[in-house]
Design a protein around this ligand. Structure first.
Ligand code: CA
Ligand code: CA
Ligand code: CA
Length: 332
């Protein structure tokens, strides 16, 4: 009888767990520009510090914002500054952002082919720190992640390359490459070739998971203790993962993925099952979601709001439906 009781409890727990994940509630945490629903703010990624604050970097203003999810307001704590090269202004176009274990913030700047850093003590509302060069020779720098040893990994977007530097930064080396792939999107014109986009390590700190936006897939690159990188292997490929970007793991080992083309947040379980945690039309709250960061049981999603596919507004041209660049909270 005792054994039977324990099994029943386990069954009830499994049922409740499954029920929770399939009945997620999504709501807007903050509108990044309450005065406009157009692309006046462009944010690709979101990160969390060890105190539970959220961070995003706006390509348009160069502001790095800190947002306390318990009292959501935009606080400028850093700045990314344009450069002038041969008389031409070049924008950093920050894609990925991540913290290292020391609490310094790192930002991939595809426009500069670099990774920038703002040190922990310079993330200061009184005197916002200016992002400085940390790693170089990272063409199309997009996704970013640190391994257990503090080494920095950067994805190269459409070149499929995975770059790496040591904890001190400098010139990056190519340690792996996701095979190239180009696909014509359902609009019949856009060529999608991003095979190495957002990245995250699993809890072992040894298996780098890479979102392949072009294929709608997740790849795994295993890093050996001596630093050698294995050959990329496909973890999963699914029509639900169309436009995969910005993955993060939850505490149960589920991988949460932003499926930007579908206005969906998709879960890949450790067993490889794939399902939508949340999906909506062009009115939001998801508006071309591109990155996920998880704090405890709460999933935060940043909206890029590209005018395409399921995020195309009723006018058939823009992304003006919904509220525009924003952060969405998904709770169990
Ligand atoms: Ca807005
Ligand atoms: Ca990305
Ligand atoms: Ca929109």
């Amino acid at each position: 009888m005792k054994k039977y009781g324990a099994l029943s409890l386990l069954g009830a727990w499994l049922f409740l767990t499954a029920g929770q994940v399939q009945n997620q509630k999504a709501s807007v945490l903050i509108d990044l520009d309450p005065n406009s629903a157009a692309q006046t703010v462009i944010v690709e990624s979101i990160a969390a510090d060890n105190k539970g604050n959220l961070y995003v970097a706006d390509r348009v203003s160069g502001n790095v914002w800190r947002i306390d999810p318990k009292n959501p307001k935009l606080v400028v704590v850093g700045r990314v500054v344009d450069r002038v090269v041969d008389g031409q202004k070049i924008r950093a176009d920050v894609s990925g952002i991540a913290f290292n274990s020391a609490g310094d913030l790192f930002l991939t700047a595809g426009g500069f082919k670099e990774v920038l850093r703002i040190r922990s003590k310079e993330l200061n509302p009184e005197k916002p720190g200016v992002a400085q060069t940390f790693a170089t020779e990272t063409e199309n720098a997009n996704g970013i992640a640190f391994d257990r040893a503090g080494r920095l990994y950067i994805s190269g977007g459409r070149n499929g390359k995975i770059y790496r530097t040591g904890p001190e930064g400098g010139r990056a080396d190519v340690i792996a490459q996701i095979p190239p792939h180009t696909r014509t999107l359902p609009d019949g014109k856009t060529q999608q070739a991003l095979t190495a986009n957002g990245m995250i390590f699993d809890s072992s700190g040894m298996a780098l998971h890479v979102a392949d936006t072009a294929r709608g897939a997740i790849w795994k690159v295993v890093i050996e203790p001596d630093g050698r990188a294995g050959k990329p292997e496909t973890v999963v490929q699914s029509a639900l993962l169309e436009g995969a970007d910005g993955p993060d793991f939850d505490r149960q080992g589920n991988l949460w993925v932003a499926a930007n083309e579908r206005n969906a947040v998709v879960v890949v379980t450790p067993e490889g099952r794939v399902y939508d945690a949340f999906k909506n039309d062009s009115k939001g709250p998801l508006e071309f979601p591109t990155c996920i960061t998880i704090i405890g049981n709460t999933v935060y999603v940043s909206n890029f709001d590209t005018p395409r596919r399921d995020n195309l507004a009723a006018d058939g041209k823009t992304s003006i439906d919904g509220i525009g660049a924003s952060i969405v909270r998904i709770e169990p």
